[in-house]
Structures are given as C-alpha cells and as structure tokens.
Design a protein around this ligand. Structure first.
Ligand SMILES: Nc1nc2c(ncn2[C@@H]2O[C@H](COP(=O)(O)OP(=O)(O)OP(=O)(O)O)[C@@H](O)[C@H]2O)c(=O)[nH]1
Length: 363
C-alpha cells in the first residue's frame, strides 16, 4: 500500500449483526487516530448516523439505496470530496448496509482511478451474527459474499447461542473463508482496534481467485440491472473454500463490470415518521407484538422515538424478534422532536405498519 494513500476499512455484515456497535467502539476508544466515517443505509430516513457516537468524527450519510448499486456514485463523490481535505483524518471507515455485497464496494478502490490514487482498501471487516448467520447463508445471497470477501471476521453475539451452535457457525464460516482472521465476540468487544484497522490485510490475489473479473472496469451504470439467470461461478477452482463459495445457486445476480453481484430483490424497507409524540406503552406493546408475529419476515427494525413527557430520545432496535430499547440522550434545545422508525424485511405491509404506528401517537 502506498504511504500517500488513505487507508479505508469497509465494515460489512448482515442486517443487525453489530456493525454500528463495532463502529462506536472504534470511534470511542483511545487510539489517537482520526477517522472520517461514511454510513450507508437502505432505508430512506437516516437512523444509523444518529446512532454513531463521537461528535468529533464527521459522518457522511448515504441513505436510500444500497452502496453497491445505486449509490456507488455517491461513495465515489464523498471519497473524492474527502481527499480534498487530506490531513484532517488518518483513515476512512465505510459502514455498508447489511444488504450490501462488499465486492463492488471493494472494487471501487481499484477500478476508479481517482479514488485508487488517493485511497486504498485496508481491509474488509465483517461482523457476523452468531444467532442468525446460518439462516441467512441459506436465504440471503449477500451474507455469503460478506463472509467470503472478509479479511477479518467478528463472530458476534456469542451470548445468544450455545457452544455447539457456535462451533457449527464457526465451521461454516471457515468453510467459506479459511483465510480471514476470526474473532469471537460479544458486543464486538475484546478485539484490539489495532487488529482491525490499518493492517493492510486486504488481499487482492485472494479476491482475484474468488472473482477473476474483479479488476475489470465497469461497462455500464450502477443501476439495478439484474440478470435473472442462475449464476454458478467459481466452479473452476479447487480449493474447498471457493468451492463452497460458488454454490450460490438460483440467486439473482447482476454485474458491475466483471464482479458478479448478488441481491435479494424481495427485500424492502418501510420508513415511518411522526411529528407527534408517541405513547410509550402503546408503542412498546405494538412493537413487541409485531416483532414476535412478523419476526421471520422482519429482519431489522430500528428507530429513534419521542415519547410523550420524556426528556430523552428513545432508541429501539430489533433483529427478527429480539428487541431492545433504551433512552439515548436528551433532546437538544431546538432539536425537532419527531419519531422515526425503519423496518427492513420481506412482504412488509406498508399501509398496515403506517396505520398501526400512527395509532401509537399519544392522545
Ligand atoms: N445480545 C447481543 N446483542 C448485540 C450484540 N452486539 C450487538 N447487539 C445488538 O444488536 C442490535 C443491532 O446492532 P447494530 O450494531 O445496530 O447492528 P448493525 O449491523 O449496525 O445493524 P444494521 O446497520 O441495521 O445492519 C443492537 O440492538 C445491539 O445492541 C451481542 O454481542 N449480543
């Protein structure tokens, strides 16, 4: 890696695995580094940037689209803009949506000339959810690429699984990618930041074995141009890891130049906003019930809420039916008190969610 280039860490992992938890850890630890942070979200209203701590860092939002498709141009523009302010930060962290395939994001640092001259991909760090990863490897195409392309993997949420389950997930990860450094974590703790950042661990040769066309220039825009055929790639090499990686049968793939790229087209997001305060009891009862009943389809929910009579903003999080809620910080003077909630999942009934959310407004 050239000394003149800014190292970039791509933080990936499926919905709700713990990316923001890790990002917050990195930003709050005393390591003397200054980071510029780019956060990409699938929902149209930004929640993640509000959950990132550390007022010192500048956080650039990229909402309403997936970084590896429609908003990849935004990534290039933000990176170009950052490069004009070199010297103000030591490294860049890009947190992708849980639905992003990291391949085209990584590719940006090699095929875009301007970006490649000033920034270099240091590592792809993937946070994997010990509880849900095996399910997602079965039904979510992006999850497998996130593991396959990783240089470092945090197998997180070890508290939610038994030792046997953990061993099984670990074996599965190892079968897909035996090269990545694997750390087992709870709340992404315990791995020194120095093991994650500025390691120069991105290994282009390995990626070229996975994705022989990785360095080819894009030959069309980054619009959602999906090829509905079945892709069977990487069948031609013999290592067991890549052999397993190649079994993405029946998934919808589209290309960015050479890099094939998988996407779950059924995934949708619903964003809800209320300018009127919510009733905490009504909301929590609805949210609990919804996540229990619709949990299998509701992969991720998160919101920042204004509860009637409460001085603090309230943050709710859900990954399937596991939910969590806590006060965050007081609403600031002059800050607009509004509630924002995002659901990401399959077969979501937007009209119903909206009606039910509105019914939680305090009387
Ligand atoms: N039980 C448990 N919960 C965790 C752990 N790590 C994170 N969480 C919780 O999981 C939820 C999702 O964590 P995030 O860090 O927001 O996950 P994310 O990957 O950034 O989520 P998206 O950006 O929406 O894909 C939050 O409620 C976290 O508090 C863990 O090790 N154990």
């Amino acid at each position: 890696m050239s000394r003149d280039t800014i190292p970039v860490t791509v933080l990936t992992g499926y919905l709700g695995a713990g990316k923001t938890t890790l990002l917050n850890r990195i930003l709050t630890e005393n390591h003397g580094q200054r980071y510029a942070v780019i956060v990409n979200e699938f929902g149209e209203i930004g929640i993640d940037n509000e959950l990132v701590v550390g007022a010192d860092e500048e956080v650039f939002e990229m909402n309403n689209g997936c970084i590896c498709c429609t908003v990849r141009g935004d990534l290039i523009r933000i990176l170009d803009g950052l490069m004009k302010r070199k010297g103000k930060f030591d490294a860049i962290i890009v947190e992708t949506t849980g639905l992003a395939d990291p391949a085209p994001v990584a590719q940006t640092f090699f095929v875009d000339q301007d970006v490649g001259q000033s920034a270099s991909l240091d590592a792809i760090v993937t946070v994997a959810d010990a509880k849900w990863l095996l399910d997602r490897l079965r039904d979510a195409p992006e999850a497998k690429n996130q593991i396959a392309f990783a240089d470092v993997i945090l197998l997180n949420k070890t508290d939610l699984v038994s030792r046997e389950e953990l061993r099984e997930v670990e074996a599965r990860i190892h079968a897909i990618n035996p090269y990545a450094a694997l750390h087992k974590t709870q709340n992404c703790q315990g791995v020194p930041v120095a093991d994650l950042m500025n390691r120069g661990s991105f290994d282009l040769d390995r990626i070229l074995k996975l994705e022989p066309h990785f360095l080819e220039e894009d030959d069309h825009d980054h619009d959602d141009e999906h090829d509905h055929g079945h892709e069977h790639h990487h069948d031609d090499h013999d290592h067991h890891a890549e052999g397993e990686y190649g079994q993405n049968h029946g998934l919808k793939a589209h290309g960015h130049g050479g890099a094939k790229h998988y996407h779950d087209e059924d995934m949708q997001s619903v964003s809800l906003v209320s300018e009127r305060d919510l009733d905490p009891d009504k909301f929590m009862m609805w949210f609990q019930n919804l996540t229990q009943v619709d949990g299998p389809n509701l992969l991720r929910s998160k919101g920042i809420l204004s509860f009637r009579g409460e001085a603090d903003r309230f943050v709710v999080q859900g990954v399937h039916m596991l939910i969590d809620g806590k006060p965050q910080r007081p609403w600031a003077d002059g800050e607009k008190r509004e509630s924002r909630l995002v659901f990401i999942g399959r077969h979501l009934d937007e009209a119903r969610l909206k009606t039910e959310f509105e019914a939680c407004v305090a009387a």
